[in-house]
Design a protein around this ligand. Structure first.
Ligand code: NAD
Length: 361
């Protein structure tokens, strides 16, 4: 009987990457269909954002939440965030506005885990959504106020810029972007701020977005050159900064992209390990996504510890330079691709922190 269920078995899926727990919540009255995946509590109670998305089916939502929660364990580990990794998704038609009742129901769900999971914004979740949740749970971060972190995006952008500087030092022997051409994909909360940092440092910007207003703003404020979304991957540049969505570098794209350095805020930039190996073979330096884009979770961590100040957060963001450098050094030492080096580095930290197995034995 159990064998027949193997193909779609949830336990099999959890086992693939040693996930500890998964929680589902269904609420007919509000339409809430949410999944919280706890990947690892080895470093402590977990944190990770909540993504709202119109998944085609629950299989897709499950795949996303499992993949993203594992990424959070690794991101936390390499970033000095002493918390375990988890993530949540809400299956929702994103063409419809989210209701207050939906956010309250979801807040109650998070609260029911008793602090094992603290969450905040991710794709399609705003500060105001999180503020509604805060009415029913204290296990929430990323809200404005005294000692709070607020929107993590400006911190993420600062961290991405610092990480790119470490990458530039390695790839070009100089951390300055003066005269360098940087192609930025996505001019949202992080991408726009990143452009500002790069522009101030003297970079020439090539940008794209599906939002025309965002493009006009970048042209006006940074003298950026705009290209169509489908063209950004083909432009000649020194640096490619993906700041829109994930899965932008496949093996095929890795073999034809014309840049020397890749690093941005998007999660899960590589389609698969083959893409990372192809970049490594071509001598294109890839800065692992979860190392360079950890600014948001670092800000959230300071908030959870009730230690958040703007100065302290900025200091931590600047530390992303060293976090990236550590991974690049580790990759060189082991002569492996950087994406693999990041995973191995994170796994080592998690194992050293808690040699116990996932049942605490
Ligand atoms: P955002 O929604 O503000 O910005 C995304 C931008 O990408 C939008 O302007 C959108 O129009 C554009 N876009 C979407 N599809 C595109 C396409 N096909 N081509 C070009 N542009 C496209 O999101 P954000 O907060 O700036 O985050 C950007 C990325 O960074 C996301 O992948 C997010 O998961 C990741 N990230 C964000 C943070 C954070 O603190 N905000 C932290 C870590 C990771």
């Amino acid at each position: 009987m159990f064998k027949n269920l193997e193909k779609n078995s949830i336990f099999k899926k959890l086992g693939e990457h040693s996930h500890e727990e998964i929680h589902f919540r269904n609420c007919e009255e509000t339409g809430l269909k949410a999944i919280i995946a706890i990947h690892s509590t080895a470093l402590g109670p977990t944190t990770g954002g909540t993504r709202v998305w119109n998944y085609e089916n629950e299989e897709e939502a499950l795949y996303d939440v499992l993949r993203l929660s594992r990424g959070m364990s690794y991101k936390n580990a390499v970033s000095g965030v002493l918390m375990g990794g988890a993530k949540a998704v809400i299956i929702w038609d994103t063409a419809k506005p989210k209701t207050r009742e939906l956010m309250l129901a979801y807040g109650k769900f998070v609260d029911s885990l008793g602090g094992k999971f603290t969450t905040g914004e991710d794709v399609n979740m705003s500060v105001s959504d999180v503020q509604i949740m805060a009415e029913v749970t204290s296990h929430i971060a990323g809200i404005p106020g005294e000692g709070r972190g607020g929107d993590p995006s400006p911190y993420t952008a600062r961290g991405v810029f610092r990480g790119l500087q470490a990458g530039a030092m390695e790839a070009f022997g100089d951390k300055s972007f003066k005269g360098k051409t940087v192609a930025v994909q996505g001019l949202g909360k992080v991408g726009y701020d990143l452009c500002k940092w790069l522009h101030e440092d003297g970079a020439k910007l090539i940008v794209t977005d599906i939002n025309k207003e965002a493009i006009e703003r970048a042209k006006k404020e940074f003298g950026a050159v705009a290209v169509e979304p489908s063209e950004i991957i083909n432009v000649e540049c020194d640096v490619f900064a993906p700041c829109a969505m994930g899965a932008v570098i496949s093996e095929e794209i890795a073999n034809k992209i014309k840049c020397k350095l890749i690093g941005g805020s998007a999660n899960n930039v590589l389609v698969d390990p083959a893409a990372g190996e192809a970049l490594h073979k071509k001598g294109i330096l890839y800065l692992p996504d979860y190392v360079i884009n950890a600014g948001g979770v670092i800000s959230v961590y300071l908030e959870i510890k009730r230690e958040h100040t703007h100065e302290k957060a900025n200091e931590k963001m600047d530390g992303i330079y060293d976090n990236v450098k550590n991974i690049l050094d580790f990759a060189k030492e082991k002569n492996i691709a950087t994406y693999r080096a990041a995973d191995e580095y994170a796994q080592k930290i998690i194992l050293e922190a808690s040699p116990k197995n996932s049942c605490g034995l």
